[in-house]
Design a protein around this ligand. Structure first.
Ligand code: FAD
Length: 397
């Protein structure tokens, strides 16, 4: 029989958001337990493995060759007829900068958390929350299939895109199918990828999403696709689109696939509520993925730091009410919310643009020099060449 446990802060899920939350709560003096239902942190990898760089220092992550495959100069955006627009790493959004070994990255964050004093238990799944007088006081869990309880002053739902912790706690977490992308990703070897760029292919090759090629070096790349769930039919649709794209690109058609993983990402605005009495949600569980790029590692970690600090403060003050935990709600929204909404609107616009318009926009942008990349120059380039599409494009920007 597994013994019941008691802690200050319980983190459910050992992804980047969970490990970051756990680490910062422990660093601020709380007793922290992190549980993970998988048998190995970070595996299987469900990720394109691209991330930007500028946020890492702020959350206390030291870049390391243990998890960085390579550093790219920028991104190439391909229109439906494969006109290309290059964009430098700084302007390219939160999936461009490093291409990482995601399993090693997640493990490193868990190691950092453990080094800060966090206890970690694997093969342990939360199965429901414990509620007393409307307040969350921990979870029911199963370890190697055996039920037990974990009592906590503060519970953190860091359980990813398919999060249940929030729903169990009574926080509205519904999402529309048009705000979901379904993805599949191959790690491929023997491909002709360019290690200077993360590549994105837009338009009909991936309805409502894109095909990505993120180079990992030595002919190795993470090649994947995300398509809007409401625009495709059947569970096999993303694989079919990706296989079609690969078949049409000889540099990839000759490649060999060494692993395949599917998964989902939210392309929605963030949850309206991420705290309740005794509980906070973070990362994908709070729908913090950037709706335009599908990148969620950075936002999960940025919010995780704030979440961990607020959790520790709540424990020290012995105040875990929704009102007290608002410090987290306000803190992460101040840092991330405006961009999440802006990019959600941009995503909505992007999904409605025809392939023909896409081609014109990317064609016009080919003339814009990287160092002069700003909204004004982009608009001017499009207006000069294709005045008829500027109105559409202005709204998108
Ligand atoms: P997760 O990493 O999903 O971690 C949640 C953890 O909780 C998991 O380990 C899970 O096993 C565990 N868990 C779930 N339920 C329970 C339970 N009941 N009890 C215990 N443990 C539980 N983002 C980028 O920035 N760059 C990319 O290139 C990129 N590519 C992507 C490609 C694909 C195919 C997908 C699906 C996503 C991609 N993302 C990318 C998004 C990114 O992977 C997520 O935003 C990121 O993993 C969020 O971290 P998280 O900690 O919130 O959730």
């Amino acid at each position: 029989m597994v013994e019941n446990l008691r802690t200050d802060v319980l983190v459910v899920g050992a992804g980047p958001a969970g490990s970051m939350t756990a680490k910062w709560a422990a660093k601020h003096g709380a007793k922290v337990l992190m549980i993970e239902k998988r048998q190995e942190i970070g595996s299987p990898v469900r990720c394109g493995e691209g991330m930007s760089k500028d946020w890492l220092k702020d959350v206390g992550i030291t870049p390391s060759s243990r998890w960085i495959n390579l550093e790219v100069e920028g991104a190439r955006i391909y229109s439906p007829s494969e006109k290309v627009f290059e964009i430098n790493e700084k302007s390219a959004g939160n999936e461009v900068g490093y291409v990482v070994e995601r399993d090693a990255f997640d493990k490193q964050l868990a190691i950092d958390a453990a080094n800060a004093g966090v206890d970690v238990i694997l093969k342990t799944a939360a199965t429901n929350v414990l509620k007393e007088n409307g307040k969350i006081v921990g979870v029911r869990a199963k370890r190697f299939g055996e039920p037990f309880e974990i009592r906590a002053k503060v519970t953190i739902g860091a359980d990813g895109f398919e999060s249940q912790v929030g729903r169990w706690a009574g926080i509205p977490t519904n999402i529309a199918t048009r705000d979901m992308d379904t993805c599949i990703q191959y790690r491929m070897t023997n491909v002709d990828c360019d290690t200077r760029y993360c590549d994105f292919y837009l338009g009909k090759v991936a309805p409502g999403g894109y095909v990505w090629v993120f180079p990992k070096g030595d002919g190795l790349a993470n090649v994947g696709i995300g398509v809007q769930l409401s625009k495709v039919e059947g569970i096999a649709a993303p694989r079919k689109f990706l296989d079609d794209w690969i078949a049409k690109h000889p540099g990839y058609a000759k490649g060999k696939t060494i692993d395949v993983v599917g998964g989902g990402v939210s392309i929605s605005p963030p949850l309206k509520q991420t705290v309740a009495d005794g509980i906070m949600l973070v990362g994908d569980a709070a729908r913090m993925i950037d709706p335009l790029t599908g990148g969620g590692i950075a936002n999960g970690c940025i919010a995780g730091k704030i979440c961990g600090e607020v959790a520790a403060n709540a424990v020290h003050a012995d105040m875990v009410s929704k009102e007290f935990l608002q410090a987290y709600e306000k803190g992460w929204r101040a840092k991330l919310e405006e961009k999440l909404y802006r990019n959600w609107l941009a995503k909505e616009k992007l999904c409605s643009i025809s392939d023909e318009t896409f081609d014109k926009v990317i064609d016009a942008l080919q003339d814009v020099k990287l160092q002069k990349l700003n909204v004004h120059n982009i608009l001017k380039a499009v207006r000069d060449k294709y005045p008829e599409v500027t109105r559409d494009f202005e709204a998108f920007l």
